[in-house]
Design a protein around this ligand. Sequence first.
Ligand code: KG4
Ligand code: ZN
Length: 330
Amino acid sequence: MTKILAIESSCDETACAVLDEERNILSSVVTSQIDVHARFGGVIPEIASRMHVEQISTIVKEAVERSGVRVEDVDAIAYTIGPGLIGSLHIGAAAAKSLAFFYNKPLIGVHHLKGHIFINELIEPLEYPVMALVVSGGHSELVYIEDDEHFAIVGTTLDDAAGEAYDKVARILKEAYPGGPVIDALAKKGKKHYDLPLPKVEGLDFSFSGLKNAVLQMSKRLERNGEELVKEDMAYAFQETALKHLMVKTKKALEIYPAKTVLLAGGVAANSRLRELMKENITEQKLILPPLNYCTDNATMIACAAFHYYRQGRFVSLDASSRPSMSIEE
Ligand code: KG4
Ligand code: ZN
C-alpha cells in the first residue's frame, strides 16, 4: 500500500505525518509556535522561520519513529510548496528535499489549501463536483472543484481573510492571538446587543475589513462615552455578522454551481457556530465538516492531498522553488 511522509511548515506550525493510501494516520506530529507569537499579537515571520529550523529535525524524527515505517519504505515525500510565509516554506522544503535526495524518493509539492480541502477525506470520500468554503488565517475563498485536478476560485475576499478578521477583532477586544478560538468562546456567552452592518459586496466575493472597522469604531465610541464594552456581546455581534456573510455567499454560489458536496476547510472551520450554521443551511447537498483536531495547520492534510498528486504523477524536482502566493487554480 502506498505510504507518504508529509511535512507542513507554511506558517507557525511545524508538522510531519506518515499516512497510507487508505488514509490511516500512522503518525501525525504538530508543534505550534503560537505561545511565542501570541506575545506580539500575530505571527512574526522572521521568528517563525527560526523556530521551524529549531523544530524540524525533531518533528520529522518523531513522526517517523511513531509511524513504525522506515523512510526507506515510504513511496514519496510531500511538503507544502505554497502559499505561506517564504522563510517558513523554505524550512519544510529543505527538509523534504534532503529526505527525497538521500532516500531517492519522488518529491511532491502540495498546495496548502488543497491540504485543508482533502483532509475532509478522513470523514468520507468526496463526491464531485464539490464546493469548498476555504476560511483560514490567510484565505477566504469559495472554491468549485470539478474533480481532484480542477479547482476554480469563484469567490474571494477583497481585503482581510476570515481568520484574519477574527484575529484583529480579538486584538481590538484586547484578547490573545489567535483570536478565532477566543471569539468563538466569548460569543457563546454573548447575546444580541450591538448592531454591526452586514458587509455589502457584489457577487460571490467577501469583505471583512469594514466589519472589523465597525467593531473598532463602536469600541472607541463606547470608551469615549465612558460606557462599558460587553466583550461577549461584541464577539457575538461580530461572529454572527461575519458568519452570516459567509453563509449568504455560500448559498448564492450553490445556486450557480451544481455541487454535490459542500465542505469546510481551513482554521476557521473549527468554529463551533460556523459548523452549526452549515448544518442548518446546507440541506440539499452532502455536507462534510473536517475533523476538529485537523482544521488548523497539520501535515496529515498535506499527505491527504499528496495521494492525489501521486496518482496523477505530479512530482517536483529538487530545485523546485517555494511559492509564497501560489494560486489553487494552478
Ligand atoms: O488554517 P490555519 O491554521 O492557518 C492558515 O493557513 O492561515 O488557520 C488559522 C486561523 C487563525 O486566523 C485562527 O484565528 C482561525 O484560523 N481559527 C478560528 C478558530 N480556530 C482557529 N477562527 C474561528 N473560530 C475558531 N474556533
Ligand atoms: Zn492553513
